[in-house]
Design a protein around this ligand. Structure first.
Ligand SMILES: C[S@@+](CC[C@H](N)C(=O)[O-])C[C@H]1O[C@@H](n2cnc3c(N)ncnc32)[C@H](O)[C@@H]1O
Length: 266
């Protein structure tokens, strides 16, 4: 806990993203990884394997974009850097550990972008200035130069989490239907944005979140807000918080799906 506080206070991070809660989320993810490392390994290995299979199927290897690179836990950086002329890691901000890893490869570039394009606008809202209709996603442009492979790396279901928590939890936005529409739009928008790259897309994302007790699965929620996707190439379980990480009596699992060559449904 003390270590988390220290990181929170000392990590350079843009004020508007800090205000929305992205830094807290990133530090929390790193801490949970350290506590649950063994339980996460299958998920991390499965993601890395799928990304490499997608990369192996690409004829030209000039440039690969990895969206949601984060702490680089599930990104096979070394192999991508060896196989492509340029690797572009895209995230809101790159944590110090990822910066250190990237530095070891002269052809790895760090790009900071908000792929929803919403963070500045959301950070300006206050309890007194809440609109009845929430803004819709407008990704910051990252298309110049194109790419041979784009990897959306365990980010899709994460996109609405921090914005929703900020709007609902901190600002008291109460219209649940509007919040759901806002979240669904972010997911749909991300998929449309990926499709606009006109190259191979590798997509890895959560499909459902489950609460598991000794009797079995007792609760399951759709992590994708009813956004429909085609049948996946691979599916696996991410034991994200095995008991007693959150509570002695239950574990949290995500069902993760992966596509080597993602094409959105028409
Ligand atoms: C669950 S993590 C993905 C795991 C990551 N690949 C790793 O190995 O640590 C989700 C990532 O998406 C990033 N993210 C969330 N919202 C974003 C946004 N609007 N634009 C860009 N990145 C975002 C977070 O900063 C985080 O690094």
């Amino acid at each position: 806990m003390l270590k988390e506080w220290f990181s929170y206070l000392t990590t350079p991070y843009p004020a508007h993203l800090r205000r929305l809660g992205y830094l807290r989320q990133m530090i929390g993810l790193g801490s949970r990884y350290r506590r649950c490392r063994a339980a996460w390994q299958t998920h991390l290995d499965s993601t890395r394997r799928l990304i490499l299979q997608a990369a192996d199927a690409v004829p030209n290897r000039d440039r690969v974009l990895v969206i949601g690179s984060g702490l680089l836990l599930d990104v096979p950086l070394q192999r991508l850097a060896a196989d492509f002329n340029e690797v572009v890691l895209v995230d809101l901000q790159h944590p110090p550990a990822a910066r250190r890893q990237a530095k070891a490869h002269p052809n790895v570039r760090l790009a900071e972008a908000d792929v929803t394009g919403l963070s500045h606008e959301l950070a300006r809202l206050s309890r007194d200035s809440l609109p009845s209709h929430l803004p819709r996603a407008r990704p910051e442009i990252l298309l110049e130069g194109g790419a041979d492979l784009v990897v959306s790396c365990n980010i899709l279901s994460q996109l609405p989490l921090v914005p929703r928590e900020h709007l609902e939890g901190k600002l008291g936005f109460r219209d649940a239907a509007e919040l759901d529409a806002f979240c669904r739009d972010m997911l749909r928008n991300h998929l449309a944005w990926l499709a606009a790259f006109e190259c191979r897309i590798c997509l890895v994302c959560d499909r459902t979140r489950r609460v598991v007790r000794s009797a079995g699965v007792v609760e399951e929620e759709d992590a994708l807000f009813d956004v429909r996707l085609p049948p996946a190439d691979e599916e696996w379980t991410w034991d994200i918080a095995p008991a007693p990480e959150i509570d002695r009596s239950y574990s949290l699992q995500h069902q993760v799906i992966g596509y080597r060559d993602f094409k959105p449904l028409p």
